[in-house]
Write a protein that binds this ligand. Sequence first.
Ligand SMILES: Cc1cc2nc3c(=O)[nH]c(=O)nc-3n(C[C@H](O)[C@H](O)[C@H](O)COP(=O)(O)O)c2cc1C
Length: 324
Amino acid sequence: MDLGYTTAQLRAAASDAVRAPSLHNTQPWRLRLRDGGIEVLADPARRLPATDPSGWGVRVACGAALFNLRVALAVAGVPARVRLRPDPAEPDLLARLVPDIPRRPTPAEQSLHAAIPRRFSNRLPFWPDPVPSEARWRLGEAARAEECWLEFLIGVSAVTAFGEIARSAHRVLERDPAYRAERERWLRREPAPDGVPVAAGGPQYEPQDVLPTRGFGGRDRAPGRDFEPEPLVGVLGSVGNTAIDQVVAGQALQRVLLTATDSGLSVSMLSQPIEVPTAREQLRVSLGRFGAPQMVLRIGYGQPGRPTPRRAVDEVLDYPIRSR
Ligand SMILES: Cc1cc2nc3c(=O)[nH]c(=O)nc-3n(C[C@H](O)[C@H](O)[C@H](O)COP(=O)(O)O)c2cc1C
């Protein structure tokens, strides 16, 4: 019996993996085909030194790509057995996936898979419609299924207190010219396979906004289209904050994002309060949670939008696939 995945399965799964979100759309991953399995590696050359000095963002993005791989392989009928950081001698090797026992995909896996090409970060103001509690519950379940937590900020005072933490983190980051230069360097005014297209950048943050959205390109907002005065904010966290915990958080992030897409919800990410250590600690204490906040999500109903570009799969595969 042949225990490896087929070339076609791995290529299809790799093209789903690269749809994952990443800081400034840097796509900081490599995929390596080995012994009929597939490995996810961090690509240190694509880390943002000023925005992501520790590599947290790289590991979260790789975790999200890993989740897409898992879902794609499950839908192909051969779910993966995953080992995180399987080789201490190779710290950039974040996950190795090998075939597990074949089985039919579940309806949930099929829905998550169908959401992969439809998901995108929506940085525009959302409609005022509230997110029903059943949809929130689904998002919380998605985080829990990946051993993480998703805490919603309930009530004006919780959102306002979070806004203060986030805005102070935003100010700290904005004072650093290297951070500003990185954001500018990854903003794309012309079509490109990576970086944030100006059309996806969303309106520039203004002082009256509750949340400091990260402006890419500084578009003016349409008259009367301010951000939600009381946005639904969810904080995603993991039980610890090791490199493995961050990969786990990336998987949970992607499961939550795909679940949101499947529920007709729009999401944008806000990571300034995660990137500034004092803000991250303040956020953790304000939530009264053990573990580590890993991402903040603004969730609601938004205008339809478009997925952003990605590099071709062959650019991230570490060596050409032998045909089988
Ligand atoms: C670790 C991480 C941090 C991110 N932080 C932010 C952020 O602070 N603000 C923002 O607008 N988007 C943020 N994003 C979203 C990325 O900019 C986005 O995923 C990327 O540009 C690709 O676009 P897409 O999500 O539409 O596929 C973050 C994504 C990741 C994975």
